[in-house]
Design a protein around this ligand. Structure first.
Ligand code: BGC
Length: 764
């Protein structure tokens, strides 16, 4: 039986679990992200990252370089904690509800991935001996991305008496910081000035503004009390001297009865709205009209999503649930509004300051390409919207031509302060161009290519031409770059980077020629002054790309000098020293053969034409021994490539590590937010790895296998406007065309054709 897509966890009132649950039970809808912090707050001494975020809303802050070398980045964007509207304090006959006080009779967290909400279900006995049942439901509306709803129900179990809520709306908030962890912001001054905090009838409104970016954020809050005529309710809003708005709600409780309040919060920002203060009131008033319709719409949107994307793993319920959770989180993190992408932590926490990395294109995009074309387009469009900034970034780094995407960013400018593992990671360009091509190959959307994609391909290809040079018997070499593995920086001929560059240049020219009759392509050629000579140069560099090979080991070396270095003894390194980045100076790490994450193994998976099978298997074995997987972007890649190489045990082991990473907090830092790249990677490990789905210029091929440990699996995916379902069990594999007219795919090199509603089965 398929899992019911509901996670219920008994929650201990314990420091580390609270922070983790804030992440796992967060609410997001691609615009608003709300950490699952306790409404009533936590007593001091408990660690919490209390936050509400808006996709793409940022402040610019200085990033002082100790030595101001030419053109180093001196400022960065950071995602903002915009306001706190989630705080609701409960008083029962004057006694304040706090988890650390009185007696916690039961305490559960619920995540319902069909309904798209989270809930807390609590029974609590106050120090004075009164027992209440509490149920708090929260939802970030997928239909109305500016709306967040909390529904708070209190039931008096064994007493009659008055109860009260203080429901807060506070715009004067700070971001979280941890000076000891490079993956979090080091300091958190107040980024927002509250311009307005006022009450209008039954609504509070706050407007705040950042000091440097000048972004204005408006939030509005209002409450309704459904079915409560007999509770003698009173509700009054006030604004404190320190501009904190509070709504005091009082009601009478009688034994066995309950009282419910629904709190609506609406958000708007000046990046998307000229007048966020009035926009937010309109949006709020509209949402308040019918909560049931909002819940229904939420369910409908998710039901359509699961219909397109549903996956089932038989024989391992934990894996099955972990994958459901990952897919749900990805869906909720994807940008629903213009001008944003999918951050390393989605909208679930402040890790990596809300920045977008190559994670978005290389790791999460395949999931969206196969399950939600529109969201995939949103992610791709962000790179088109920021292409000019990428051109400026390239110029800052001394390039005469082309565009270089920033290593980490919110608005398109480089936000990485440490260039050896920041700006030098030119392979981000490879990820963006690979994404453009993958989207085209899976959807056939040629309009996208002529409207946006080709311009990205040309500008990234130009950058490669401008970066590399001919050397080594006429080979094209790319020097002084950093590949995916961040424990090895500033190297010559990183195998992965060179493969990605060759691929990007090849496709830039191929698609230009394929669509040269389209008017927009002719315009593009003229606007960017693209000549046939330049295109020929791209082909020449691509075909003559230098791809290192090492005879001694029969492997693809990670770069020119990698194999000259001593091998780091991972087995002899104390467990407490991992992740190495928190315990060793980077320069020290750079002098060893030790990898933070998959690098050459990823190159072999993505660009299999660049090495033979034996080289790939030997390389897999070689890098396996020296990779710490300190980055969450690693085990998924080892799983995919193990599947491709027929190393089924390894494929399953790495897949488990990747799929369960956040739910089980395997890296110990899911407390700061989920790992969206890994979630997308786990999806690829199943779909591309076990499922053997391959989409390339030859079309779609499906060559699955079933790991011994599993009883079967199935998943749906989209291809060229059609919806397919692949099911695999001990006996057979089944491909079904559930939507669309006709599809062709190959299995073991033989071409098959399916018409709408038809199935095709084969023995495994
Ligand atoms: C990884 C990068 C990744 C970043 C954000 C780093 O630890 O090394 O590859 O892009 O995290 O997830």
């Amino acid at each position: 039986m398929h899992n019911n897509r509901i996670i219920i966890r008994k929650e201990k009132y314990d420091n580390s679990e609270l922070r983790l649950n804030e992440t796992l039970f967060s609410n997001a809808n691609g615009y608003i992200g709300v950490r699952g912090t306790l409404e009533e707050g936590v007593p001091s001494g408990y660690s919490t990252m209390r936050g509400m975020y808006l996709g793409g809303v940022y402040e610019i802050i200085p990033m002082k370089q100790a030595e101001s070398l030419c053109n180093l980045v001196e400022k960065k964007q950071t995602m903002l904690n915009v306001a706190d509207t989630q705080t609701i304090e409960l008083y029962v006959c004057g006694e304040r509800f706090e988890m650390g006080q009185g007696e916690l009779l039961s305490n559960e967290r619920i995540l319902d991935m069909n309904g798209g909400f989270t809930a807390r279900k609590i029974r609590w006995r106050s120090p004075g001996g009164r027992t209440v049942g509490i149920y708090i439901k929260r939802m970030a509306s997928l239909d109305r991305p500016q709306i967040f709803v909390q529904e708070y129900t209190v039931k008096a179990e064994d007493f009659d008496g008055e109860m009260a809520f203080d429901s807060w709306h506070v715009a004067d908030v700070r971001n979280y910081s941890d000076p000891d962890d490079p993956r979090l912001a080091a300091e958190s001054p107040s980024y927002l000035t509250v311009l307005r905090a006022e009450v209008k009838g039954d609504t509070s409104l706050c407007v705040s503004k950042t000091g440097v970016s000048g972004v204005v954020i408006a939030s509005a809050v209002s409450h309704v009390f459904p079915g409560s005529d007999s509770n003698g309710i009173s509700a009054g809003y006030t604004v404190n001297e320190d501009k904190r708005c509070v709504c005091r709600i009082e009601a009478e409780l009688t034994q066995g009865n309950e009282f419910k309040v629904i709190k609506y919060s609406a958000f708007s920002d000046s990046i998307r709205n000229e007048d966020p203060a009035s926009d937010v009131i309109t949006v709020l008033d509209e949402a308040k009209k019918n909560t049931e319709a909002l819940y229904k719409k939420q369910r409908d949107i998710l039901s359509a999503f699961w219909k397109r994307a549903g996956m089932e793993i038989k024989g391992d319920d934990d894996l099955d649930m972990a994958m459901t959770f990952n897919m749900y989180q990805l869906f909720c993190s994807a940008p629903k509004v213009q001008g944003s992408s999918i951050a390393a932590k989605g909208l679930t926490g402040e890790g990596y300051e809300g920045h977008y990395f190559w994670d978005a294109e290389m790791y999460t995009l395949p999931f969206f390409i196969l399950t939600d074309k529109k969201l995939a387009r949103n992610i791709l469009s962000f790179r088109y919207e920021t292409l000019d900034k990428a051109r400026e970034n390239a110029a800052l780094l001394g390039h005469k031509k082309g565009a270089l995407y920033p290593w980490r960013t919110i608005t398109g400018e480089e936000c990485s302060g440490y260039f050896p593992s920041g700006s030098a990671a030119y392979h981000i360009n490879g990820a963006v161009s690979y994404a453009v091509v993958s989207y085209y190959l899976a959807t056939g959307d040629s309009d996208y290519i002529v409207d946006e994609g080709e311009e990205i391909l040309i500008e990234t290809a130009r950058l490669w031409l401008d970066t590399g040079n001919y050397n080594r018997d006429g080979k094209f070499v790319i020097n002084e770059v950093t590949g995916p593995d961040e424990y090895t920086c500033m190297v010559d001929n990183n195998f992965y980077t060179n493969c990605a560059a060759a691929y990007g240049m090849k496709w830039a020219v191929r698609l230009m020629h394929m669509f040269e009759r389209r008017e927009k392509i002719a315009e593009l050629k003229e606007r960017l002054n693209i000549t046939e000579d330049e295109l020929a140069e791209m082909i020449r560099a691509s075909e003559n790309m230098y791809l290192p090979y090492d005879e001694r080991f029969g492997i693809s070396p990670q770069d020119d000098s990698f194999l000259e270095k001593p091998v780091w003894d991972i087995a002899a390194t104390p467990k407490s020293d991992f992740p190495l980045l928190l315990h060793y100076h980077p320069l020290h790490l750079y002098r060893y053969q030790v990898c933070k994450q998959a690098d050459t193994v990823l190159a072999h998976f993505l660009f299999p034409g660049n090495a033979d099978r034996e080289t790939m298997e030997k390389s897999f074995r070689y890098y396996e021994k020296i990779t710490t997987h300190d980055s969450s972007l690693s085990t998924c890649v080892f799983s995919m490539q193990a599947s491709r190489l027929g190393l089924h045990d390894e494929a399953v082991r790495y897949f488990g590590d990747s799929a369960k990473l956040d739910l089980l907090n395997l890296h110990g830092n899911s407390t700061d937010g989920v790992h969206t790249a890994n979630m997308g990677g786990a999806y690829m490990a199943l779909v591309y790895g076990f499922g053997g789905i391959r989409i390339d210029e030859k079309g779609l091929s499906i060559d699955p296998f079933l790991p011994d440990k599993l009883a079967g699996y199935s998943f749906r995916f989209g291809y060229h406007g059609c919806l397919l379902c692949l099911g695999v069990d001990r006996e057979e594999m089944k491909v079904e065309l559930t939507e669309g007219d006709i599809i062709e795919f190959s299995h073991l090199g033989v071409l098959h054709r399916l018409r709408g509603g038809e199935q095709w089965t084969a023995k495994l």
